[in-house]
Design a binder for this molecule. Structure first.
Ligand code: BT5
Length: 239
């Protein structure tokens, strides 16, 4: 997704500047505190793409969207909510492309047909947040990780269609900008309807470490309620 394919399509301030590299360890490492809010880094291939908690994010060159966006939320903002805000933007982009509904699996996965099509990684450092987005677009079934914790899908494995990634990325950035601005102005309440209505875990039996219970939805702070108790963060397994 070279700059000349993406830049002419940009509608807002996200994506400016647009930094494109053929190969890098992780797009998360390209942006820094000197960049403006909305700066975006995109790679055709990541050699050491990161998930949460030291895990890996894998995608063959040229098949997926692997992008990072620099955000500068006001001091004291609950930045753990940004994974959900980003997830909402990705879910809407996926729904528009597939004409199918997508769900958000707290705290950071986007699901279609019970499979993970995208993951979000929010990293805070030096007064900025770098929001990483990995969206599976054109991978074939064989190109998706087999040993993934949740079964994986790409837009292509869902509907058999290969897509241009540039317009998808542009759409995603425009939606992210709208939802992020709403969140800065009005908090999670301002975007909660779109998130709560796509809750993948609601009503399912989940395990969090030693604990097990029924997920009852998200509260207005973006915490997962398990048997009525709010959980701030963590690893959820379906039972
Ligand atoms: C995530 O972590 O889901 C966040 C992924 C964020 C990736 C983006 S790409 C652009 C930016 N630059 C980076 O270096 N990272 C960000 P987590 O919830 O920890 O999920 C990681 C787990 O998902 C792995 O342990 C695998 O099981 C699985 N996985 C790896 N690659 C996958 C893929 N392409 N599709 C689905 N699942 C995958």
């Amino acid at each position: 997704m070279k700059a000349e394919l993406v830049q002419p399509l940009l509608r807002g301030r996200f994506g400016r500047p647009y930094r494109y590299v053929g190969e890098t360890e992780s797009t998360q490492a390209i942006l820094g505190p000197d960049d403006p809010e909305g700066a975006v880094a995109v790679a055709e291939h990541q050699t050491a793409g990161r998930g949460r908690l030291g895990r890996r994010w894998e995608a063959p060159p040229g098949t997926a969207i692997t992008a990072s966006v620099l955000l500068r939320p006001p001091d004291g903002s609950p930045i753990q909510q940004l994974s959900l805000v980003g997830g909402l933007a990705v879910a809407e982009t996926v729904e528009d492309a597939l004409q199918l509904s997508a769900q958000l699996k707290w705290p950071n996965d986007v699901m279609v047909d019970r499979r993970k099509v995208a993951g979000i990684l929010a990293e805070a450092r030096e007064g900025i947040v770098v929001l990483g987005i990995g969206l599976n677009v054109n991978q074939t079934r064989e190109q998706l990780p087999e040993d993934a914790r949740a079964p994986a899908a790409s837009l292509r494995t869902v509907d058999g269609t290969e897509r241009d990634r540039a317009p998808l990325l542009v759409d995603l950035l425009a939606r992210l900008e709208i939802h992020y601005d709403a969140w800065v102005a009005g908090g999670l309440d301002a975007v909660f309807d779109g998130i709560g209505s796509r809750d993948f875990l609601r009503g399912r039996r989940v395990r969090l470490g030693e604990d097990e219970g029924v997920a009852g939805g998200l509260d207005r702070a973006g915490r997962l309620l398990v048997d009525g108790r709010p959980v701030e963060s963590g690893e959820v397994e379906l039972v």
